[in-house]
Design a protein around this ligand. Structure first.
Ligand SMILES: NC(=O)c1ccc[n+]([C@@H]2O[C@H](COP(=O)([O-])OP(=O)(O)OC[C@H]3O[C@@H](n4cnc5c(N)ncnc54)[C@H](O)[C@@H]3O)[C@@H](O)[C@H]2O)c1
Length: 697
């Protein structure tokens, strides 16, 4: 049973005990219900304290039960809360550290609540596409007032207990206990043991001087901010019900809204992203207790676009970095860019001036490899040429201390080959950051053939420390993300060949929810990068079909925003993408030369050809073991490529569409003579799952 029971004098103490955060799984709920029964049956017990063992009161639902029948099995959370309310002896929640979601709802079902300062209090259900479903939307407004409660419920963000306890008129906490919480709770229990009637949150009135106008305002603002997600507006409706209806009727509204949201694709996508994020850290042959190397100081080679951004991550986390370049002016430029970035944050009020200085004080620079000898890890971010990488890694092998981790930020080169330049390939790993490296959440951690397990574990831990979403990738061309995006770009090219304009493709994809369509993205990143890669790639694989449109664009010198023209025209100093007659002409001539009569292509076809091209390559990546699981691919796309969160990532989206339907669409695309039948051959894993009626999930 996941709750302890003991009697201390006249008080029964029920202590939730389900590490790590006392999730309210079935055994824990049963433990509370049984503890309550025992306490009520014991004539010596006059009051009941409910508290949490370890590092939380309760973090809410047990995510291990997500989607399983156990999550709803009796006693469910609503029944437990009703039993606490109905108790003839006073129940007191003693809250420390964390009371979130169901944990807070449980506390709200008690007659009294005492709390330690510093506890994080939240109803975060909105973050997984839901509203609180065990009375949170009806009870929180009764103790905090409509506006404070709605802010917490719509944002899902935690608020510190001492702030809530100090809010005027609040009835959430009866006492803020500095010092020993249990001693304070027992004393409080003794004080209230004989007080009758027992106070119930449900009996409190919800008052607002101008409720209708306030909720209309809330609908407008929340609706505008939560475009693709239904849950935030439902939070408003549920809280509005608390103000308008009797408690039990409000509870019914909450229940209906909760169950309605549960089956939406958006909720499914958000829950998927939530569990997928946690799954990324699990590496089957590298258990969580794998010893890690101590990383106290880092070195970064190259102070360019990536080197500077990478460095900032570690300075932000309080780790010293020494940056090495070939020439002083390159170092100076690198440091100036870092300063500029921090100064912009200071100006916006996002960073305190003294913090900025502390971070800069952690940065040192050098032109001399000897200065790297005491670094525990080095990350190389020099030019993307094997010859340059070879020289750098041979030198690092000579100067770095034994056991230091040698990482490369290469985006396209073979990490095993790079490891082979050293006599310590077990210490070499890929750390593929995304640009801007100080902003983007994604870090692909590239596990080489010989990378030692403790090196992988160390880098995953370090990635967490710098707040990245780390996804393990095996070695292959482009790793997970770029290998997939190549197929997406090829397909985008075929769409132009057939009659689409860049703007039409971008708009369709952006309507689907992508942050940016492929052509606007190309203009931002620089079309010349893909051009260089294609020259190499299609020399190696001459049989691979691709559209020549992007090459023709580059031959016109239209590299994108940096040259003031790309797929679109740009006005100097502005980033607005303006459809270009030069590009339209170029595309028309290209089609005429190929004898193509352009056809009108629907938004639906555009989106599905692009997204399913990701899915098919993703399936190959899982099958080959490059990605550990399909959900890792979703995390790569959600955190590194602007894939719409409400779709859950390409693999999750494919599951939602149904893999049978995905394969059927691919067959239709393959039959199009302007497309590429080879391209649309379903990956074996995809074909198998579709035939079995199975999913990637
Ligand atoms: N730019 C991106 O979006 C991006 C994204 C992911 C990975 N990468 C990879 O990161 C690496 C760096 O890319 P970047 O965009 O920062 O390039 P960059 O040209 O902006 O910077 C490279 C820096 O390395 C320095 N350098 C070159 N050779 C060196 C040497 N032998 N010793 C020390 N310094 C040297 C250069 O002076 C330059 O400042 C490449 O491998 C690239 O493929 C880039």
């Amino acid at each position: 049973m996941s709750a302890q029971y003991e009697v201390r004098g006249p008080v029964a103490v029920i202590k939730l005990d389900n590490p790590p955060v006392n999730g309210l799984g079935h055994a824990t709920r049963l433990g509370i219900a049984n503890g309550l029964d025992r306490a009520l049956a014991d004539p010596a017990v006059k009051a009941i304290v409910l508290t949490g063992a370890g590092k939380a009161f309760s973090g809410g639902a047990d995510i291990r039960e997500f989607g399983s029948p156990k999550a709803l099995a009796e006693p469910n959370l609503l029944s437990v809360i009703l039993a606490l309310e109905a108790s003839g002896k006073p129940t007191i929640a003693a809250v420390h550290s964390v009371a979130m979601g169901g944990g807070l709802e449980l506390a709200l079902g008690c007659h009294y609540r005492v709390v330690s300062p510093g506890a994080q209090i939240a109803l975060p259900e909105v973050k997984i596409g839901l509203i609180p479903g065990a009375g949170g939307t009806q009870r929180l407004p009764r103790v905090l007032g409509v506006e404070n409660a709605l802010n917490m419920i719509v944002s899902g963000e935690p608020v510190k207990s001492e702030l809530l306890a100090a809010a005027p008129g609040q009835k959430l906490f009866d006492k803020l206990i500095d010092g020993d919480l249990m001693a304070g709770a027992l004393a409080f229990a003794a004080e209230v043991a004989d007080k009758r009637p027992l106070p119930l949150v449900r009996n409190l009135k919800v008052e607002h001087p101008n409720a209708d106008a306030y909720f209309q305002f809330a609908r407008n603002t929340v609706g505008a901010m939560s475009r693709n997600f239904p849950a935030p507006l439902k939070c408003v409706e549920a809280v509005a019900a608390s103000a308008k209806m009797k408690f039990d009727d409000g509870m019914k509204v909450e229940r209906e809204l909760f169950l309605g949201l549960m089956v939406t694709p958006e909720c499914k996508a958000l829950r998927h992203a939530f569990t997928a994020e946690r799954a990324t850290t699990k590496i089957p042959d590298v258990p969580a207790d794998t010893p890690v190397r101590d990383i106290k100081k880092l070195a970064v080679i190259g102070a360019g676009t990536m080197g500077g951004g990478i460095t900032m991550n570690f300075l932000n986390a309080g780790l010293p970095v020494v940056m090495l370049e070939m020439k002083q002016d390159a170092l100076d430029r690198g440091v100036a860019t870092i300063r500029k970035n921090y100064e912009a944050q200071v100006k916006k009020g996002k960073l305190k001036a003294d913090k900025y200085e502390q971070r800069m004080a952690l940065l040192s620079t050098t032109l001399n490899y000897a200065d790297l000898k005491d670094a525990d890890m080095v990350i190389e971010a020099v030019f993307e040429e094997m010859g340059v990488k070879e020289k750098v890694f041979k030198t690092l092998d000579e100067v770095m201390k034994p056991g230091a981790i040698l990482a490369s930020n290469t985006s396209t080169l073979d990490v095993d080959k790079i490891a082979g330049f050293t006599k310590r390939p077990q210490d070499v790993i890929g750390t593929h950051f995304f640009s801007p490296a100080n902003v983007m959440k994604l870090l692909e951690v590239v596990r080489g053939e010989k990378t030692a397990k403790d090196v992988l574990a160390t880098v995953m831990g370090l990635g967490k420390k710098i707040k990245k979403t780390c996804v393990v990738s095996g070695v292959c061309d482009g790793f997970i993300g770029n290998r997939m995006i190549e197929q997406y770009s090829r397909q985008a090219g075929f769409l132009l060949d057939e009659g689409c304009t860049p703007a039409q493709v971008d708009k369709a994809v952006e309507k689907f929810g992508f942050a940016m369509g492929p052509f606007r993205m190309g203009d931002l990143a620089g079309n010349d990068i893909g051009w260089a890669i294609r020259k190499r790639r299609y020399q190696e694989k001459p049989h691979m079909r691709y559209s020549k449109t992007a090459d023709l664009l580059c031959e016109l010198g239209r590299y994108g925003q940096k040259t003031g023209a790309g797929w679109y025209d740009y006005v100097p100093g502005k980033r607005d993408a303006i459809p270009s007659s030069v590009v339209t002409d170029m595309l028309e001539k290209h089609r005429a030369a190929l004898g193509i009569t352009p056809r009108k292509i629907s938004d639906d076809e555009i989106v599905h050809r692009l997204v399913f091209s990701l899915v098919n390559e993703g399936a190959k990546i899982v099958d080959e073991g490059i990605a550990l699981r399909a959900s890792d691919i979703d995390m790569v796309y959600l955190t590194g490529y602007g894939f719409p969160l409400h779709r859950g990532g390409p693999m999750c989206y494919a599951d939602t569409v149904g893999l049978f339907n995905v394969v059927a669409a691919m067959k239709r695309f393959a039959a199009n003579p302007r497309d590429d039948a080879e391209f649309w051959k379903p990956a074996p894993l995809l074909a198998r799952l579709a035939a079995e009626g199975n999913t990637f999930g």
